[in-house]
Design a binder for this molecule. Structure first.
Ligand code: PNS
Length: 159
């Protein structure tokens, strides 16, 4: 049974992330969306809100997100993968500018855990301009992010 983890900060999850979730679900038997808890960073959406918004969005996917679970973690991604018995890390690539940092992360993870591979999905072109940081900035200035995030995020971003 193939099992992959899709780690990220997901502050907040975007339609681009959800597209990666959907496509990874089609490839792996089991997919764990892993939300990083970073004690050094103050997120815009609290962990509970991020988890709830992700679970809500995933429940709305075709098949009601069968085979997908959502967890939080606070250590190394490779340690979580070992703990869960997942052999693959999934990440999305939006543009060439993502490649440098993603390649370094994949190589470092492989150095730390040679038994775990990273698989990249290319972000659908219609979502390639979307990032969590831009969503946060646009929302903070009152801009419309409704085409960029699922409804559960929109609700939680609004004051
Ligand atoms: O959504 P993001 O912020 O791009 O996700 C980055 C994330 C969470 C995948 C990365 O920071 C991570 O894996 N952090 C956990 C700590 C870790 O394993 N660091 C070493 C990676 S080389």
């Amino acid at each position: 049974m193939s099992h992959a983890i899709y780690p990220g900060t997901f502050d907040p999850i975007t339609v681009g992330h959800l597209d990666i979730v959907t496509r990874a679900q089609a490839v792996f038997d089991r997919l764990t969306v892993a939300v990083l808890v970073n004690p050094h960073k103050q997120p815009t959406l609290a962990l509970d809100d991020r988890l709830a918004a992700i679970r809500e969005a995933i429940a709305g996917l075709p098949g009601s997100g069968r085979g997908i679970e959502v967890v939080s973690f606070g250590g190394l991604t490779v340690d979580l993968a070992h703990q869960l018995g997942a052999a693959t890390i999934v990440r999305g690539l939006r543009a060439v500018t993502d490649i440098g940092s993603e390649l370094q992360m994949a190589q470092l993870n492989r150095r730390l855990a040679p038994d775990i591979d990273t698989v990249f999905f290319t972000t659908a072109i219609e979502h390639a301009d979307i990032s969590s940081s831009m969503v946060r900035e646009i929302a903070a200035f009152g801009g419309d992010v409704s085409s960029m995030v699922p409804a559960g995020v929109l609700r939680r971003l609004r004051p």
